[in-house]
Design a protein around this ligand. Structure first.
Ligand SMILES: Cc1cc2nc3c(=O)[nH]c(=O)nc-3n(C[C@H](O)[C@H](O)[C@H](O)COP(=O)(O)O)c2cc1C
Length: 170
């Protein structure tokens, strides 16, 4: 069975090594591509109907409100047939110690019984935060494998570590 690599990753302003930069490809997307290179699979990017702001500080506020209200922001599309996949890599940035709520919107859409969920998270020091705990709660009947935390600013240099981790998860 094929692997699915699903992720949310934001473009726009981000805080990188102490200053605000405008990026056109997110850190999590870079790691998702390294996973595909290492183990193969279909990629799927989660996109919200209402985009998060590309202004960093506005996005911080939006993300905080979503987390506090346990929101489920609408997303543009879903993977049509998830039954083709037994292993699902799920990638996201750490937002306020948690995954963006749009990742919950995606996962809760499916019956994930018997699937292996393999999380990966980019961040600026907060690691996986509480995301693995939340994944175990919302992916009922699935096995949540040990995740990988990558420092966002190091995403491009993370290939060896990402590749060896991904190969151990399939
Ligand atoms: C709204 C928001 C909240 C964030 N909260 C945290 C946090 O709590 N801990 C942390 O280590 N990094 C935090 N970050 C930094 C991101 O996790 C990091 O830059 C990540 O690599 C971004 O991934 P992306 O480019 O795929 O969106 C936050 C970034 C944003 C935009």
């Amino acid at each position: 069975m094929a692997n699915l690599i699903v992720y949310y990753s934001r473009t726009g302003e981000n805080y990188l090594n102490g200053s605000i930069k405008y990026i056109t490809k997110g850190n999590t997307e870079r790691v998702a591509e390294l996973i595909r290179k290492a183990v193969g699979g279909d990629m799927f990017r989660i996109d919200t109907v209402q985009p998060y702001s590309d202004r960093y500080f506005q996005c911080l506020e939006q993300a905080k409100t979503e987390l506090q209200t346990d929101a489920r922001p609408e997303i543009k599309a879903f993977v049509e047939d998830i039954s083709e996949y037994s292993t699902i890599f799920v990638g996201y940035p750490n937002w306020w110690g948690q995954m963006p709520m749009c990742v919950c919107t995606f996962l809760e859409h499916y019956d994930l019984t018997g699937k292996r969920i393999v999380p990966f998270c980019t961040n600026e020091g907060g690691g996986m935060g509480g995301s693995e705990k939340l994944l175990k709660k919302i992916c009922k009947g699935a096995i949540v494998a040990g995740g990988l935390s990558v420092r966002g600013a190091d995403a491009d240099r993370s290939e060896p570590v990402v590749a060896s981790w991904a190969k151990r998860r399939v």
